[in-house]
Write a protein that binds this ligand. Structure first.
Ligand SMILES: Cc1cc2nc3c(=O)[nH]c(=O)nc-3n(C[C@H](O)[C@H](O)[C@H](O)COP(=O)(O)OP(=O)(O)OC[C@H]3O[C@@H](n4cnc5c(N)ncnc54)[C@H](O)[C@@H]3O)c2cc1C
Length: 611
């Protein structure tokens, strides 16, 4: 069924009058409004995949509503420049509430607000996570159909890996739309950091994305095309050919502010949505004959659900929101990956990318990238990463690690990651290295936090930001910090490993935690106390940008928000597909899993009956 087709359609469009109907109130969808089989809320990572795959069937009509603008700007294309999108109109620019365990700091959380969503502004690390993460979903958490073996065909279907330098892609997809490959790898990363990881006992893994596990140190695979451009969900899945389909409409500057339910016949049914282009602007309605699919991300999806009467009873009552369905899991179970303060090493001049802060020196690198798609501008910064276990006795985790409890998935997944980056990654990149100083950053990350936070709302206004409280390091026995301490001890050992030394510029030894190079610069014989390290960890600790779980999938209606087909419990015609459905945090980077999940969801949704 194609209820609405416009021969003059241009994709993407920013004119709501061309695809939606102006209405005076948001209570119902008028019969004469444009109707689509599927209305997808959010043209982000999952949204682009769903739109592309569903419209392969010409009998299925799809409207994508994206709040932000296009992804057609240089920083969304040039891998190295992703953080130039931070705090711009293409960033939702969230800030957490003060985090009591992290020096009471309010922490910045960027999220993509453009076509491609966060896949258009992220650090491009291509990672499946560990096979055990998904086996845990299926076996321990009851999410049958979502094991690694179940998702593997979709990882392959999505990926168009272009192997270089003898890389063996036998476990990978090579014909999918989403291009992956190795970006520029600095000498200091390759011959210094990577080799130093091996010297402290972390084995080299040429491919961390196989059914055999993800442990080891690797040169990260990234989502990059042959021209050195970011391959986002938008560039991969909404190609000109796909956008030319008559059964697909992609709308920009379209913020969904209301889900409309028909409550006349028992179970409420989502019949469409209302959108606005600006705060207080005109209302436009569109109908959905099969499903409204929320793909608005881990913060906005639960916000939209709560604003529309699906959420914890206390939140709905506090704001007098009419209840559609009480569900205490909406917005709950928020888990993020959290980093300690970055460990900074002073590098010899020219070995890191900090020289690019000088415009005159950046020009040749830019010309090289524009001409050949190579060089440092094609780097995703996080060029090497190690995945390890805090209980691995072969690693120099320090004696204090003995008191940390390991929570890796299925008893085998990593619970720590260490990223090496040839740049001063300070305050999300807002603070450059001091003039003339080159810095290499090491960052330990807790992959399996036990602390759980939440997203909630403080206003009925859909344009007011949701409340984000990750409750970092709030777990009962302080285990998340103990695990990170183990990771930090391994990092310190890496900084002193032989392979890194030729790349480092000596600094005056100092055991002062205020020194920007501490703890690397501590005198060799100094005893660095756990207490000093724990205090230092919180000073500039930051998110690795991976919030999940706020509309989690569960086999049981009283245990989650969506069922195993991603339909929202207790209502009809409403589904969720984005990072919020993760039933548990994975031990890696979530974009590839989200894309695989969306590939599978597109098949499930296409098969689902019309309502
Ligand atoms: C800076 C940064 C670095 C990262 N690095 C990596 C990495 O290297 N590797 C990796 O795997 N992952 C990385 N991630 C995480 C990853 O990008 C995200 O987890 C993933 O892209 C989220 O996908 P999603 O579909 O859940 O949401 P998104 O991709 O965020 O999409 C949600 C979309 O919904 C839109 N939207 C929201 N509300 C509305 C509304 N009311 N109406 C209409 N549209 C709406 C948004 O504008 C957005 O486009 C990073 C993230 C960030 C921010």
């Amino acid at each position: 069924m194609i209820p609405f087709l416009s021969s003059s359609k241009s994709n993407p469009t920013s004119s709501p009058g061309s695809y939606a109907t102006r209405v005076d109130d948001a209570a119902t969808i008028p019969d004469n409004a444009n109707h689509y089989d599927f209305v997808i809320v959010g043209g982000g990572t999952a949204g682009c995949v769903l739109a592309s795959r569903l419209t392969e069937d010409p009998s299925i009509s799809v409207l994508v509503l994206e709040a932000g603008p296009t992804n057609n700007v240089l920083p969304a294309k040039a891998p190295l420049l992703f953080n130039k999108l931070f705090k711009t109109e293409r960033d939702w620019d969230y800030t957490t509430v003060p985090q009591p365990k992290v020096a009471n700091r309010e922490l910045y959380w960027p999220r993509g607000r453009m076509l491609g969503g966060s896949s258009s502004m992220n650090a491009m690390i291509y990672h499946h996570g560990s096979y055990s993460d998904f086996d845990e979903w299926a076996e321990k958490l009851g999410c049958k159909g979502w094991s690694y073996a179940d998702l593997a065909p979709y990882f392959r279907k999505s990926e168009g890996c272009v192997p270089k330098n003898g890389f063996d892609a036998k476990d990978r997809g090579t014909t999918g739309p989403w291009k992956t490959g190795h970006s520029f790898f600095s000498d200091m990363g390759k011959d210094g950091f990577l080799k130093a990881c091996e010297q402290v006992g972390i084995p080299f893994s040429p491919d961390i994305n196989t059914p055999r596990g993800t442990e080891g140190i690797t040169n990260t695979m990234t989502f990059i095309d042959q021209k050195g451009l970011r391959s986002s969900a938008a560039t991969a899945y909404l190609t000109p050919d796909v956008l030319a389909r008559s059964n697909l409409t992609v709308a920009l500057a379209a913020t969904v502010t209301r889900i409309v339910f028909d409550k006349s016949a028992g179970t409420p049914r989502a019949t469409g949505v209302v959108l606005q282009t600006t705060t207080g602007g005109s209302l436009y309605a569109v109908g959905a004959t099969r499903k409204v699919v929320l793909a608005a991300g881990s913060i906005n999806t639960p916000q939209i659900l709560m604003l529309n009467g699906i959420g914890p009873s206390s939140s709905l009552k506090a704001l007098s929101i009419p209840t559609v369905r009480v569900n205490e899991h909406v917005g709950a179970h928020l888990k993020d990956h959290f980093c300690t303060s970055g460990l900074l090493l002073k590098a010899k001049p020219g070995y890191t990318f900090d020289y690019l802060n000088t415009t005159i020196k950046a020009v040749p690198a830019l010309v090289r990238w524009l001409s050949f798609g190579t060089g440092p501008i094609s780097s995703n910064i996080a060029e090497a990463a190690a995945f390890i276990r805090s209980n691995d006795e072969r690693l120099p985790t320090g004696s204090s690690a003995a008191s940390a409890r390991y929570h890796g998935s299925q008893g085998v997944g990593p619970d720590l990651e260490i990223i090496g980056a040839p740049v001063a990654y300070i305050d999300h990149g807002f603070t450059p290295a001091p003039p003339g100083v080159d810095i290499f950053s090491l960052v330990p990350i807790g992959l399996r936090p036990q602390s759980e936070g939440f997203v909630s709302i403080k206003s009925k206004d859909p344009f007011e930001k949701a409340v984000v409280d990750p409750r970092y390091w709030s777990d009962a026995d302080d285990n998340d910090r103990k695990v990170l301490l183990a990771g930090l001890r391994v990092c310190i050992a890496i900084t002193h490993a032989e392979a890194l030394q030729p790349f480092l510029e000596p600094v005056e030894p100092s055991n002062d935690p205020d020194n920007m190079f501490w703890p690397w610069c501590a005198p060799k014989d100094a005893v660095i106390s756990d207490e000093d390290l724990l205090n230092w960890m919180s000073r500039t600790a930051f998110t690795l940008y991976h919030p999940v779980g706020t509309a989690r999938m569960s086999a049981k209606a009283d245990d989650g928000v969506v069922d195993l087909d991603l339909n929202v419990y207790g209502v009809k015609g409403l589904a969720v597909c984005d990072a919020s459905i993760f039933p548990q945090q994975i031990s890696g980077h979530p974009t590839a899993p989200i894309i695989a999940i969306a590939e599978k969801a597109a098949e499930l949704f296409a098969k689902s009956a019309s309502i």
